[in-house]
Ligand binder design. Structure first.
Ligand code: ACO
Length: 328
């Protein structure tokens, strides 16, 4: 039961950060010697380029940059924050958490900070945890970051995975407000860990001397099928629970894994493809950072108007998945 029955949590600021180095599809064959080409990657995934963090650039560095941009958008500074969650599968190290490094970088003396890993669904899971915290406490402002150094998990000899991922960070400020109709209006989250790691369709190997963080291994077609199916089912579950018609959703911000997955979902659900916001062509799959990065771009373009209904959709390794409705 919420301690604040007539209030909601609203997104009051959105920010993002993408590293300076860009790797275009063509460079994967010319510089990384992958047996692939631009046309194959574009057609199968929608991706045209990805960003790569510099050698000394960490997940916390990118998170801090995205956080500053979200704080600026919300007209706030680090001292105003009560909670910082960093959703990441690629933390700077096991501990201290990336979130406490971000906290220090922002000068957020009063905030509670921790990391969360739900793979590509991490941002959505963290957003809901932040909402629950604010609604159950006397705290007002949370910073939710998705920040990932995915290229550090890549085997650059594996063309089936190396083409798909990129680095970056996105962030939102979530604030408890007196509004009862705007903000987060519902969510559903799911996890399924059956089969154990060895049989998973998508996982990171145990670390080795060559790959200190492990490398991504994936059965692309199995992940494709599972992603389409769970994005659709969680959306139907949430809309039914809230008695909201899909036609009343103005914008969809899905996890930016792969344009073909999203096109297939839109076709199967009879969704107007123009409602689906997609920026993955420019930054590839940035895992937990992808939803806030797309939101950031929409914010910059003034795409989403006050009062419009946004559907967030996530799917990631685990598997983890879910949906969330936000009234802008
Ligand atoms: N360039 C050229 N050829 C390639 C490449 C490449 N990068 N990768 C694979 N191929 C070849 C394969 O070797 C195969 O050749 P063959 O027919 O001679 O054996 C052929 O292309 C077809 O390979 P498939 O794996 O069947 O290709 P598919 O159409 O399934 O596309 C892809 C592969 C893009 C990975 C697709 O399965 C997919 O999108 N899966 C979803 C995975 C995903 O997005 N994961 C992201 C992480 S999960 C998440 O974020 C939720």
């Amino acid at each position: 039961m919420s301690s604040h029955p007539n209030q909601r949590c609203m997104v009051t600021g959105v920010g993002g950060y993408l590293p300076k180095t860009i790797i275009h599809n063509d460079q994967l064959s010319s510089e990384f010697h992958l047996n692939t080409d631009d046309a194959w990657i574009r057609t199968r995934t929608g991706i045209t380029q990805r960003h790569r963090a510099s050698e000394n650039e960490t997940t916390s560095d990118m998170g801090i940059a995205a956080a500053r941009s979200a704080l600026h958008d919300a007209h706030m500074d680090g001292a105003d924050l009560d909670l910082i969650i960093v959703a990441t599968s690629t933390p700077d190290q096991a501990f201290p958490s990336t979130a406490t490094i971000v906290l220090d970088g922002l000068g957020s003396k009063h905030a509670v900070a921790f990391d969360m890993n739900a793979a590509c669904s991490g941002f959505l899971f963290a957003l809901i945890m932040a909402e629950s915290y604010l609604m159950q406490s006397n705290k007002n402002h949370a910073l939710v970051i998705g920040s990932e150094s995915m290229t550090r998990l890549l085997n650059w000899q594996d063309r089936s995975t190396a083409i798909l991922f990129g680095d970056g960070a996105g962030a939102v400020i979530l604030s408890r407000t007196a509004s009862s109709d705007r903000g987060i209006i519902g969510h559903c989250l799911f996890s399924d860990g059956k089969n154990g790691k060895a049989l998973h369709d998508l996982y990171v190997t145990t670390p080795s001397a060559d790959h200190p963080m492990g490398v991504i291994v994936m059965d692309g077609q199995a992940v494709f099928r599972e992603a389409v199916s769970q994005l659709i089912s969680s959306t139907h579950t949430l809309l039914a629970e809230k008695s909201i018609d899909l036609a009343d959703v103005d914008w969809i911000i899905p996890h930016q894994a792969n344009k073909r997955i999203l096109d297939r979902m839109c076709t199967d659900m009879n969704i107007d493809h123009r409602k689906m916001l997609y920026t993955g062509d420019m930054h590839a799959n940035t895992s937990a950072a992808s939803i806030p990065l797309t939101w950031w771009k929409a914010r910059q373009n003034n795409t989403i108007k006050p009062g419009q209904l946004i559907l967030l959709q996530a799917f990631g390794a685990g598997f983890t998945w879910g949906s969330c409705l936000v009234r802008s």
